[in-house]
Design a protein around this ligand. Structure first.
Ligand code: NDP
Ligand code: GDR
Length: 381
């Protein structure tokens, strides 16, 4: 009988961590995950995978930990003796990283060093393979498009600079100590469980709420930014494939298509039967309702009677502009497709549909609560 493989996922409570945990459990892995202590439950995304700690032979085991605590990380790695580590934990919000630059350097940059060094100190260099969650943000200011493994980096945020350190320390440990350590340079990937403050989820939640009569307007920043958006489900599969190769290498994972934030907004509202026209430039720009497709709104059971033609539902708010922006990301996944046979299941239209269907379902619950006379109450009332 072959022994069950053991994986350790940092950032298991995040978007990618939850999809990856599910994927690895289906493959028969024992999955250990590191979660942070929080004052409220923070395991929503993996609750469906949860196994009662009182039951024996569990395949999913959670450990308290933090990327800023090397003793904790070393102990967990020693106890779990993983065959594969997926280092996904990070403060991953680019805009927030301008507010917390030192913390980001510590958690996202030095945190990666802590993992690599723990594996080395524990003498696990030849056993444990390491996947590092690198990012298309490394390309930052456009040097070349499409961006591929050989494109020079030009990071544009404290987040990207910290991730650049993490990228190179991963390469360095591979070259210096012969470790199987790889970077997946992943372009933006989204899903129904994407964090609510990333632009795609902010848009799909707001479009759903507006169509259901729960919200009037959506405020956004730079509508001209272009991103290469894929589906997280397709991307976590690739993380696993990267660690199954013979030689450790770095890989770009992308769709090869780029779209503006503005077009993502249009596609999301379109899903609800609402056609948007954009008028004005820069901070004056507004998304105005042009037409409502009655058939579509009926089919989706939407309450669009509150929307009038010519109402403004999207406005630009400069508070969401970044001190330095990444204008254009467009990846070239040729290496991954040709050498690993990676194929995506989702295109952008499928991604928008998946996110919108899920958010409409979620927000419909709020409509029922509102209609039932439920009011939000403070704990202290
Ligand atoms: P999320 O923000 O959804 O998840 C991040 C995870 O890291 C959460 O589990 C979070 O815990 C955890 N975390 C944050 N700080 C710490 C810390 N100090 N110690 C321990 N855990 C911590 O990110 P994604 O799932 O979207 O991304 C996964 C990784 O991939 C990240 O490293 C991100 O930078 C990178 N990446 C993401 C891309 C994307 O488009 N999604 C593209 C390219 C790279 P908690 O739940 O408690 O907050
Ligand atoms: P990004 O994702 O910065 O690319 O990082 P995000 O969704 O935050 O922004 C994408 C683009 O949309 C513009 N934008 C807005 N962004 C947010 N969050 N909120 C807004 O209101 C808004 N309006 C416009 C942004 O300026 C930007 O150009 C994500 C994260 O997952 C990183 O961890 C990961 O490394 C990269 O993707 C690849």
């Amino acid at each position: 009988m072959t022994q069950q493989k053991v994986a350790l996922i940092t950032g298991i409570t995040g978007q990618d961590g939850s999809y990856l945990a599910e994927f690895l459990l289906k493959k028969g892995y024992i999955v250990h995950g590191i979660k942070r202590r929080a004052s409220l439950f923070n395991t929503d995304r993996i609750d469906h995978l949860y196994q009662d700690p009182h039951v024996e032979n569990r395949n999913l085991i959670l450990h308290y930990g933090d990327m800023t605590d090397s003793m904790n990380l070393t102990r967990i790695i020693q106890e779990t003796q993983p065959d594969e580590i997926y280092n996904l934990a990070a403060m991953s919000h680019v805009h927030v990283s301008f507010e917390t630059p030192e913390y980001v350097a510590n958690a996202d940059g030095t945190g990666t060093l802590r993992i690599l060094e723990a594996v080395r100190l524990l003498g696990l260099e030849k056993k444990t393979k390491i996947y590092q969650a690198s990012t298309s943000e490394l390309y930052g200011k456009v040097q070349e498009t499409p961006q591929r493994e050989t494109t020079p980096f030009y990071p544009r945020s404290p987040y990207a600079v910290a991730k650049m350190y993490a990228y190179w320390i991963t390469v360095n440990y591979r070259e210096a100590y012969g470790m199987f350590a790889c970077n997946g340079i992943l372009f933006n990937h989204e899903s129904p469980v994407r964090g609510e403050t990333f632009v795609t989820r902010k848009i799909t939640r707001a479009a759903s709420k507006i169509a259901l009569g729960l919200q009037d307007k959506l405020y956004l920043g730079n509508l001209d930014a272009k991103r290469d958006w894929g589906h997280a489900k397709d991307y976590v599969k690739m993380m696993w494939m990267i660690l199954q190769t013979k030689e450790p290498e770095d890989w770009v994972i992308a769709t090869g298509q780029t779209t503006t934030v503005r077009d993502f907004v249009k596609m999301s509202f379109d899903y609800c039967g609402i056609t948007l026209r954009f008028e004005g430039v820069g901070v004056e720009e507004k998304g105005i309702i042009d037409a409502i497709n009655e058939n579509r709104t009926k089919e989706l059971n939407l309450n669009t009677t509150h929307l009038t033609l010519s109402a403004t539902v999207v406005e630009v708010d400069p508070r969401y502009f970044r001190p330095t922006e990444v204008d254009l990301l467009l990846g070239d996944p040729t290496k991954a497709e040709q050498k690993l046979g990676w194929k995506r299941e989702y295109n952008l239209q499928n991604l928008v549909e998946d996110m919108m269907a899920s958010d409409l379902k979620l927000m419909t619950k709020d409509v029922y609560l509102k209609e039932g006379g439920y009011k939000t109450m403070s704990y202290y009332e």
